[in-house]
Design a protein around this ligand. Structure first.
Ligand SMILES: [Zn+2]
Length: 254
């Protein structure tokens, strides 16, 4: 029997399960199916800085998290952060990265907003993504995110969704659409960083769990929609293929 909030969540994310369930499921998968020693597994996250994102409890079992993510969940720690993570994995251990964006849901089933602990009113979640959406949708001028040092994460997050502006704004639910686009952006950027840092890893395997976190009001469970579970055999990972711009036909035709 589904609870009222679960029905509302499943209307948007039919496969979402509680964060607690997902935590148990994947921890036992790692230890039982993959025979991983969880004491030697270093945990990293590329999820939003927002304090609400404690839906899963991998920290209870796995060592720390190395925080790769910033606003929106984008891996802002970059190449340097990924190399540092790779160097910190215990001898004979493995790495595990949880990544993805988050989106709130109200008791009425509205996406993009939530009631936070200790607050009566509603606020945006993900706040950074909803701000990006608000700016994308501004009708005055075409919005161009110009970088400033004091807010560079927000600006770069906005730039990362700009190419999808039309699709986001014309979709049935732009708040969900900008979240989906950001999932893909985090997924791509993380894979790029792993590939670029691959020779720095001293372990064999890296496990990735890609999710959309669904934040609910304080009296409900948070939910997690799993999008990707992947085992990367680091030795088998191809290096990044680089093609000189001078080899491209368009360059030769300049
Ligand atoms: Zn956020």
């Amino acid at each position: 029997m589904k609870t009222a909030i679960e029905q509302k969540i499943h209307a948007h994310f039919p496969n979402a399960e509680t964060g607690a369930h997902i935590t148990e499921k994947y921890l036992s998968y790692l230890s039982d199916h993959y025979q991983e020693d969880l004491k030697k597994m270093l945990f990293a996250t590329s999820i939003c800085a927002d304090d609400i994102n404690v839906s899963t409890d991998f920290r209870r079992v796995l060592t720390r998290p190395f925080t790769l993510g910033g606003l929106g969940g984008i891996p802002f720690a970059g190449f340097t952060g990924m190399v540092a993570f790779s160097h910190h994995i215990p001898d004979g251990g493995s790495g595990f990265i949880l990544y993805g964006p988050h989106i709130g849901i109200t008791d009425e089933g509205e996406l993009g907003r939530m009631r936070r602990p200790g607050q009566a009113g509603l606020s945006n979640s993900c706040g950074a993504l909803m701000l990006a959406l608000h700016r994308l949708a501004s009708e005055d001028d075409i919005y161009v995110p110009v970088n400033v040092e004091y807010d560079y994460q927000q600006i770069l997050l906005e730039r990362s969704v700009m190419p999808y502006k039309h699709d986001i704004l014309t979709s049935e639910n732009p708040k969900k659409a900008i979240t989906e686009v950001t999932y893909c952006n985090i997924h791509k950027q993380l894979h790029f960083l792993i590939q670029k840092a691959k020779d720095e890893f001293r372990c064999q395997r890296l496990f990735l769990l890609g999710v959309v976190i669904i934040n609910t009001g304080p009296e409900h469970h948070d939910y997690v929609d799993v999008r990707n579970f992947e085992v990367i055999e680091l030795q088998k990972l191809a290096p990044i293929a680089s093609e000189s711009i001078m080899e491209q036909a368009a360059f030769k035709a300049l």
